[in-house]
Write a protein that binds this ligand. Structure first.
Ligand SMILES: Nc1ncnc2c1ncn2[C@@H]1O[C@H](COP(=O)(O)OP(=O)(O)OP(=O)(O)O)[C@@H](O)[C@H]1O
Ligand SMILES: [Mg+2]
Length: 320
């Protein structure tokens, strides 16, 4: 059995020992995600860490809008504690055998190959189902026993019983809190079974606050001028409000700017900088390619005007 170790959560995430420790593997394996040194811990990471510290087996359901860092935060936390991650992406077509395993033919012999759930239960590690709210009810029903901490019976493999390893954990991510999509923008997101949801610790993820997102962009793209970064973050937050329809009297917006698209925008801004002499505005041109081209013509005009206003404001403030 692989050697385990206790990790001090405070020492890992804030640099100060806290005395609160979480057990995991001592050495990395190929399923432990690579560390992203630029990763900026979202404010809600503390909730994920408290979940890790819970003694009793407790499944986690992490929900929030697209691109808030749900999948990456889980992976980055695991990267710091040498916890292997076995993940699948939910969809209507995902089948129970994709999680549990199947027989394959090898050297003219039929052998059993564990799926990601069986492997995580057998060897220890975090099993993640991303976009769980897009899965069919058969997956949900198959998981109920495992979520209760019971062993997994693999009927197809002669009724083998896989007992959960002490370091087995399970987390699901989704764009809804289990109550279906209220925005109409997440197609395939379904309402979840109440008994299924009741088995989870449910945590909400949101976009990093403007200060943290500014720091993230500056860290990733140090060559971007400060005024541009501030303008981008202000613009992203204004669009998120319009997307949530939180601005009374304003035209709602059918696209939003995720942290993912904000990072893509930053990258493209620098790449299109070289074309500034060709009469294009790199920031706007990059915005079109990073996210705006998905919007309707009417929304694009509105976004264009909003961007002009916000960037004029941020450069004015800088000049003062
Ligand atoms: N705090 C952060 N620091 C660094 N990168 C981040 C951060 N948040 C998000 N990202 C980057 O943004 C991208 C999207 O993040 P991620 O896939 O984790 O979002 P998500 O919430 O799982 O989205 P979805 O609901 O669409 O699956 C990733 O490439 C990730 O590296
Ligand atoms: Mg995700």
């Amino acid at each position: 059995m692989a050697e385990t170790k206790k990790y001090d959560i405070g020492a890992l995430f804030s640099g100060k020992r806290s005395g609160s420790t979480v057990g995991s593997f001592k050495e990395p394996s190929k399923y432990v995600p690579a560390t992203d040194p630029d990763y900026l811990w979202p404010e809600w990471t503390k909730d994920v860490l408290v979940w890790l510290l819970m003694d009793k087996f407790q499944p986690l359901y992490l929900f929030g809008p697209s691109g808030t860092g749900k999948s990456s935060c889980l992976r980055q936390v695991c990267a710091r504690i040498n916890m292997p991650v076995y993940s699948v992406t939910g969809s209507e077509r995902l089948e129970v055998s994709d999680l549990i395993g199947h027989f394959v033919l090898k050297n003219q012999e039929t052998i059993w190959v564990d799926g990601p759930l069986a492997r995580a239960m057998r060897e220890g590690g975090l099993f993640v189902i991303d976009e769980i709210d897009s899965c069919s009810p058969s997956i949900i029903m198959a998981l109920n026993g495992v979520l209760d901490g019971s062993g997994l019976v693999i009927a197809e493999h002669g009724g083998e019983l896989v007992q959960p390893h002490p370091l087995f954990r399970i987390a699901c991510t989704g764009n809804s809190a289990g109550n279906g999509d209220s925005t109409g923008f997440y197609s395939g997101v379904a309402q979840m079974n109440l008994a299924f949801m009741d088995r989870f610790l449910v945590l909400e993820a949101d976009y990093p606050d403007p200060k943290a997102e500014t720091a993230l962009l500056q860290k990733k793209f140090p060559a971007l001028p400060e005024t541009v970064v501030k303008g981008m973050v202000t613009f992203a937050n204004a669009v998120r409000k319009l997307f949530k329809n939180e601005e009374p009297g304003q035209q709602p917006c059918e696209i939003t700017i995720t942290t993912r698209s904000l990072l893509r925008w930053g990258d493209l801004c620098l790449r299109y900088q070289a074309l500034a002499g060709m009469g294009i505005s790199p920031v706007e041109y990059a915005a079109d390619r990073a996210f705006a081209s998905r919007a309707s013509k009417l929304t694009r005009t509105m976004l264009h005007e909003l961007m002009q206003r916000i960037f004029a404001d941020t450069s004015e403030k800088k000049e003062k």
